[in-house]
Ligand binder design. Sequence first.
Ligand code: DLZ
Ligand code: SF4
Length: 504
Amino acid sequence: MSHGAQDLVVRVVLGDQLTPDIAALRGGDRARDVVCMAEVAGEAGYVPHHKKKLAFVFSAMRHFAQELKADGWRVDYMRLDAPGNTGSLAGEIARARARHKAARVVATAPGEWRVLDEMRAWADEIRPDARFLCAPEDFARWAKGRKQLRMEHFYREMRRRHDVLMEGDAPAGGRWNFDADNRKPLPPDVVVPRPFEQVPDATTRGVLDMVARRFSGHFGNLEPFAYAVTRPAARAALAQFVDERLPRFGVYQDAMAAGDPWLFHAHIGLYLNAGLLAPMEAIDAATQAWADGHAPLAAVEGFVRQILGWREFVRGVYWHMGPDYTGANALGADRPLPAFYWTGDTDMRCLAHCVADTRAHAYAHHIQRLMVLGNFALLAGLEPRAVQDWFLAVYADAYEWVEAPNVVGMALYADGGVFASKPYAAGGAYINRMSDYCAGCAHSPKSCPFTTLYWDFLDRNRGALGGNPRMGLVYKNWDRRSAQDKDAIRARAAAFLASSVMRA
Ligand code: DLZ
Ligand code: SF4
């Protein structure tokens, strides 16, 4: 086949690639080429995504297609319920290729090994995804020869490389990290601003109807739906965060409050990860707020670290570790996921609230995810694959590149410590300190399942963790307990793990 100037190119844009200068569109000829976007049952169902996540992705896709058309592109958009939809990306691309007699199919690298594998079979050219601030090759170069991958080192290099919050060679304010000023619990009298809300337009309403019909069995509340689904609205959400929440983002970034997952967080992860916002756009908005005297450096640095540091770091880890990473299970955890992760039906109030927030919004903030939902999974020895599938399904911002390292590496220590120097295990005292959950709970933090399981977790995993110098102190504390005490904890843990609470 000739590849002459007249040959039509099908340019594929996936549901999380909603950025006008996405690689696959670069150099395209609007008069000749066709942009192909497809809603497919395969992507909607590889895990049972939260209804709100489905609505967000499909509505954002439809709005993006309109944006491309307004920008002069010919867009071939396949709706999920269109007659003949084959249900897979491969099927839809094959049909589009035939329909348009395309000479070539060009795509942008996806956020998941599974899709990359499939894509290799249907795309003639796969271009690197240039929306991130650290390319996988750059990450590999950085990681090469390092025994352990430390976010803090990576982050400092990214600060220098992108000249963010730098004063010459030194970090702004003389410190790289202002965590000592952050991480306070929420005082009871603090008034939290309302989160950004966008009223659904006709396009979104159409999607909401479709999701209600087609995915009624999936987890989560579909309505009320108020997420941004366009780039201008996502930008407005970012601006509102910077205005109203950023100044106190740092201090309260680890706080938890019953019934309010939003607090002073940004809630822009879903927009960043779908392509509605660019990471540097968010970083610039935050650093400008500091330059303008609107937000303190500790808050701005904490926010920048999440985006320039953590987000880029976990993506680097995901591609660096290869497709087998998601199968890691260093602690041999094999318990099935208890049903309460879906129902919220448990007398452990922290978990009930975190599940309820997740069900309502397809969102919970990082400490709810890590220190309540993830921590419980770690302590109870839940099977990592099941925990990953849950996290991937229930959060509107979750794609495998970001979910897997956060769950496998960070929450579950299932990779044996590729980047976490020790498991993020904590008992009820931590949750009590950082939240108002415990006050109304049937348990008390001293004797609650988290605390019992915490000690039992250490005891059970001594073989894997006992030699870790960062665990020395906690094992010393465990060893100071009497044999009787230890046996009582083991018995309580065994009874809890065998109880109906843990039923899958
Ligand atoms: C998450 C998602 C969903 C629910 N649906 C679609 C879809 O119908 N079509 C599509 O192109 N992409 C969808 N996505 C996003 C993909 O799953 C995502 O591109 C891969 O997981 C790789 O990141
Ligand atoms: Fe959670 Fe324990 Fe507090 Fe109850 S007492 S809310 S189970 S940490």
